[in-house]
Design a protein around this ligand. Structure first.
Ligand code: DOR
Ligand code: ZN
Length: 403
């Protein structure tokens, strides 16, 4: 039996008894009980890039961050674009999780690939959705022609599969890069991958969602104009949902000066007014979820000059603490945090209820310390940042993990 005596997000006493192989009582009215977090957007790198991360290190990182469920992306090596590759990936993940004894709940996105669109219907019941890279990012998955994009939305609708889009228009990205006149350094990333490229892709995806009746999940929304389009789509009654990331909420393009290549991410960091627009969009329920977009790369990769430095940053261990810290700053309510990190993802992706929880100490103040990170990449863009509000126990499948 696992017995928990803590408080609810409203500050009321809460007591809970769960089936458990262990006999544990946590009795601490300083701790607040939240549902176990769902991260709808991670890159755990298996197969093929295990030198950056694997599910052994990533599962420890997830637990440390308060997460009990993750949705993994298909841009691995090889990418997850056939039924066989999906099966092989699952087997690898299961064996890595078994090795460490953490039954992390996971779902996989299937990669849309021009040459393998016919595979999608055969995996419909085994995946959480179809991931479409409308612009190239890490790896070489991309759908850059309208005919294939239309086909994906049509297949998604037929199979009742959500289509999750990385919305940056590949043609605009290429054009911007070709015409870029200034010095090609890290901050150029935000100019080349500009907001117009994101907006163009979001608009196209919304139009296809309307045309085929496809459920659309817009990943990592980063700018005010994208929010406006999504707001209109929701008002129109379309099945359009939006995610943002911790880095688009808590970092902006001034971060290049300090973080250099570590700040390079797709879509790129924007200027500070877009951060404010994202917080507003959360209050207005235009943004539904927060995905960490945990995308680890090694320190030596991130130290490479612009052009060779891969895009992406780790995030799963720090997202909840950043959100709780923002709560103390008056930027988010605890109800909004629960909605962003579990309730909405469960609703949008029709996940069954679980008995997973995270206990947070709203008054714990600690610095983000790279030496304590579990992610294999070993760094954080928030290193040294003092945050108030941290997870202290994660409860997954009846087992309590002390953080
Ligand atoms: O910055 C990013 N990194 N954006 C992506 O779309 C992919 C990710 C990665 O896998 O590294
Ligand atoms: Zn991603």
């Amino acid at each position: 039996m696992l017995t928990i005596l803590a408080k609810s997000i409203e500050g009321k006493p809460i007591s809970l008894t769960l089936q458990s192989p262990e006999s544990i009582t946590i009795n601490n009215d300083q701790l607040t009980l939240l549902p176990g977090l769902i991260d709808p957007h991670v890159h755990f790198r298996t197969p093929g890039h295990e030198y950056k991360e694997d599910w052994r290190t990533a599962a420890h990182a997830a637990i440390r961050g308060g997460y009990t469920t993750v949705f993994d992306m298909p841009n691995t090596l090889p990418p997850t674009v056939t039924a066989l590759l999906l099966q092989e990936k699952k087997a690898l993940i299961d064996s890595q999780l078994q090795e460490i004894g953490i039954p992390l709940r996971y779902q996989l996105f299937f990669g849309a690939d021009k040459k393998h669109l016919n595979e999608i219907s055969s995996v419909a019941r085994d995946v959480i959705g179809i991931k479409v890279f409308m612009g190239c990012s890490t790896g070489n998955l991309v759908i850059d022609d309208d005919e294939s994009l239309e086909a994906v939305f049509e297949i998604g609708a037929k199979n009742n599969l959500i289509v999750a889009v990385h919305a940056e228009d590949e043609h605009l990205l290429r054009q911007n890069k070709a015409h870029y006149k200034n010095k090609l350094d890290y901050p150029a990333h935000s100019e080349i991958r500009n907001i117009t490229a994101a907006v163009t892709a979001v608009e196209k995806a919304i139009n296809l969602s309307r045309k085929y009746g496809t459920k659309l999940y817009v990943l990592h929304v980063s700018s005010a104009p994208e929010i406006q389009l999504i707001k209109k789509a929701k008002q129109e009654g379309l099945n359009v949902y939006a995610e943002t990331t911790p880095h688009h909420l808590f970092l902006n393009d001034s971060a290049y000066a300090k973080l250099h290549g570590k700040a390079v991410v797709n879509p790129p960091l924007r200027s500070s007014e877009h951060q404010a627009a994202l917080f507003n969009a959360i209050h207005e329920k235009i943004i539904d979820t927060i995905g960490s977009d945990h995308a680890p790369h090694t320190l030596s990769e991130k130290a490479k000059p612009y052009g060779e430095c891969p895009s992406g940053m780790p995030g799963i261990e720090t997202t909840l603490a950043l959100l709780l810290n923002a709560h103390h700053e008056g930027l988010l309510s605890l109800t909004e945090i629960v909605s962003l990190t579990s309730t909405r993802a469960r609703e949008i992706f029709s996940l069954p209820e679980t008995n997973d929880f995270v206990l947070v100490d709203l008054n714990k103040t600690a610095e983000v310390s790279e030496s304590q990170l579990k992610t294999k990449c070993g760094w954080s863009p928030y290193a040294g940042k003092m945050l108030k509000g941290w997870p202290v126990y994660t409860i997954l499948g009846g087992k309590c993990y002390s953080i």
